[in-house]
Design a binder for this molecule. Sequence first.
Ligand code: BT5
Length: 330
Amino acid sequence: MTTGITDHKIDRLVHLLAKNATVVVPGPKIASEIGVSRSTVWEWIEMLRTLGVAIKGHPRHGYQLEKLPDILVPSLVRAEIPHAEIGHKIIHYFRTESTNSVALQLDAENGPHGLVVIAEEQTAGRGRLGRNWYSERSSGIYASILLRPPLSPAAAPILTLLAGVAAQHAVRSATSLSADIRWPNDLLVNGKKVCGILTEMKAEVDRLHLVVIGIGINVNNSRMPEELAEIATSLALEGGRQYSRLHILAELLRDVERHYHMLLREGHEAVVREWAAASSYAEGKRVRVKVPGSEFHGVTIGLDASGALKIRRDDGRQELLVAGEITELR
Ligand code: BT5
């Protein structure tokens, strides 16, 4: 399996096969169109097959896609969102450690606003507080959106909420499954987590320099690892069918863009309002709260203007959560 940024010629190979999906494309034609040897074409076809891309044929006769490939190479993603600002530039990896880490390392020239880093597999996918994100090859979406917003660092929590709302919309429109949002931004389907979001930033005192919103969605996993099975699931496990990752990703990027413009136009309140309408955790939910060094029970009583979660503790005191974990108490 190749590591490092996907060779744009592999992207062209997938694109060429997708464009000619109903015909057999001769190996020599592919080789000369993309400018590599026939044996390289063969190697790449084999690699794509290991990723689940169904390609018929062999070197002597040519190749043909059996169905549209569910692989997130830039040309296929771009074709779904031709005019997008978020996703106008895409960096794709077959395998990388963490798409967030890649995005955070990009300088202003290589990492413009709206760039998206995508991987088919992560070897060190990250959650919050140094936790791991299980990133099985070709089953999930692992994407990091790089933004350079004209906002202050105080807006970072709102961007996180915004991503959760956008992911919920995308899942609903691409799969018809309805997901709840657990504060701040876990998507749950039937009470189990299908999507996690990690927002990281580089900021100066008064200005966000760079925000990376990393989104992981379990899409076609046919089972979750034992240690996660109690708390995590995939869209396929809940919906009883496989879904197009490409379609979900395209919806996600469109939805993040739409909500980002809503934030710039209408301000924080609009995002807070949408989030509160989208989550059963916003109000009246009995929860256990874990913050560093303590744990307590209480009931959620809405968000404040910055996106922090208000909780009335069982002892009557009120808390404002800016970070921390909550779980539903039944
Ligand atoms: C998150 O952290 O939920 C944020 C996950 C963000 C992942 C994306 S993938 C693209 C980008 N690149 C990265 O390296 N990361 C981002 P947190 O709330 O800390 O949840 C982590 C916890 O969720 C773990 O400790 C597990 O209990 C559980 N978990 C791990 N992998 C999971 C998975 N695939 N699905 C559901 N739950 C998982």
